[in-house]
Design a protein around this ligand. Structure first.
Ligand code: NDP
Ligand code: GDR
Length: 327
């Protein structure tokens, strides 16, 4: 039985990855922070199958202790301050967690179990300003937010540990991926949650930022497969994971509102509060290397993804309303 350690297990990707590794027969450990609100909605359903260990990416000592205890064969470093908008409000903390946190995790692995395979959650936000389209592994980085800058650091330190210490360290450059477990602050979930609330008569307006930004949106369940595949190869390498399709935020609104028979223009208001100081205008990934070398495949289309998210939000909100009416 292989043992995996997942940082960021309470987040969207951590929960899907934990499910995948459990299916494959892994013993799964997840790093958890001591926080004031320990609900952990995304992993409640697998709480008995995984083991949670306390630690924080900001605290090297805690990570060393965790790696000593877990003795992982594979480490998936998914933890980050991952919301781009917040990275302007908390640029230093974002750098500490999303950049230096990667070095902390790599150091813990190097010092305690250097033969463990390491996955770093790199991001298409590293491409930032359009230099080349579609973006691929060789496209130069030009990050446009403190988050993007921190991810560039995390990416290169991972490459550097691979080259300096001969560690099996990979960096997955993942484009946006979404699911019903996506945080409510991210644009897809903000929209699908609002569509469900508007349809059920609980809300009548949705305030948004830049509707012209374009993203390459895939399904998180498909993307965690790629993370696992990257750690099963003979040689460590870096891969772009994307759908190869791009859609404007406006199209996301059309599809999500359209799915419940509504016109987004009747509800959406552009609010400067949600417009970012610098924007990434266009993301479109070329994942041909991952398809060819990893045999990775995409299963869920953009339309299916948005439909799945609207349906899940409708279901959850209907249940919440029913529970409130009963109590
Ligand atoms: P989430 O925001 O859903 O999850 C982030 C996770 O990081 C949470 O489990 C959070 O734990 C944890 N975390 C935050 N700070 C710390 C810390 N100091 N120490 C330990 N854990 C911490 O992110 P996603 O699941 O969407 O993304 C996973 C990773 O992939 C992130 O690194 C993200 O930047 C990256 N990425 C995501 C993409 C996407 O489209 N989803 C695309 C490309 C990259 P807690 O519950 O305690 O807050
Ligand atoms: P992103 O995702 O910044 O690409 O980072 P997000 O869903 O937050 O924004 C996508 C695009 O939508 C525009 N937008 C809005 N965004 C939000 N959140 N709220 C709004 O009201 C709104 N209106 C318009 C944004 O300006 C942006 O252009 C995500 C995160 O998961 C990162 O961690 C990850 O690395 C990248 O995807 C790839």
């Amino acid at each position: 039985m292989k043992t995996a350690l997942i940082t960021g297990i309470t987040g969207q990707d951590g929960s899907y990855l934990a499910e995948l590794l459990l299916e494959k027969g892994y013993k799964v450990y997840g790093l958890r922070r001591r926080t004031s609100e320990p609900i952990m909605t995304n992993i409640q359903h697998i709480a008995n199958d995984i083991e949670l260990v306390y630690g924080d990416l900001l605290d090297l000592g805690s990570l060393i202790e965790v790696v000593r205890k877990v003795q992982p064969d594979e480490v998936y470093n998914l933890a980050a301050q991952s919301f781009v908008a917040t990275s302007w409000e908390q640029p230093v903390l974002t750098g500490q967690i999303t950049a230096i946190g990667v070095t902390n995790m790599l150091e813990a692995v190097r010092l305690v179990k250097s033969d463990a395979r390491f996955y770093q959650a790199s991001s298409s936000e590293m491409f930032g300003k359009v230099v080349e389209t579609p973006q691929r592994e060789t496209t130069p980085f030009y990050p446009r937010s403190p988050y993007g800058v921190a991810k560039v650091y995390g990416h290169w330190i991972t490459v550097n540990y691979r080259e300096s210490y001969d560690m099996y360290a990979c960096s997955g450059i993942l484009f946006n991926h979404e699911s019903p477990r996506r945080g409510l602050e991210f644009v897809t979930r903000k929209v699908t949650n609002a569509v469900a609330r508007i349809k059920l008569g609980l809300q009548n307006e949705l305030r948004m930022g830049n509707l012209d930004a374009k993203r390459d949106w895939g399904f998180a369940g498909d993307y965690v497969q790629a993370m696992w595949l990257m750690l099963q190869q003979e040689q460590p390498d870096d891969y772009v994971i994307s759908t190869g399709e791009t859609h404007a935020v406006r199209e996301l609104l059309e599809v999500a509102f359209g799915y419940v028979g509504l016109n987004y223009e009747d509800y959406v208001v552009v609010d400067p509060k949600f417009v970012r100081p610098a924007e990434v205008d266009l993301l479109l990934g070329d994942c041909s290397k991952a398809k060819e070398k990893l045999g990775w495949e995409l299963k869920v289309s953009f339309e299916q993804l948005i439909q799945m998210m609207v349906e899940e939000d409708l279901k959850r909100i209907r249940q919440e309303v029913a529970t409130m009416q009963l109590s």
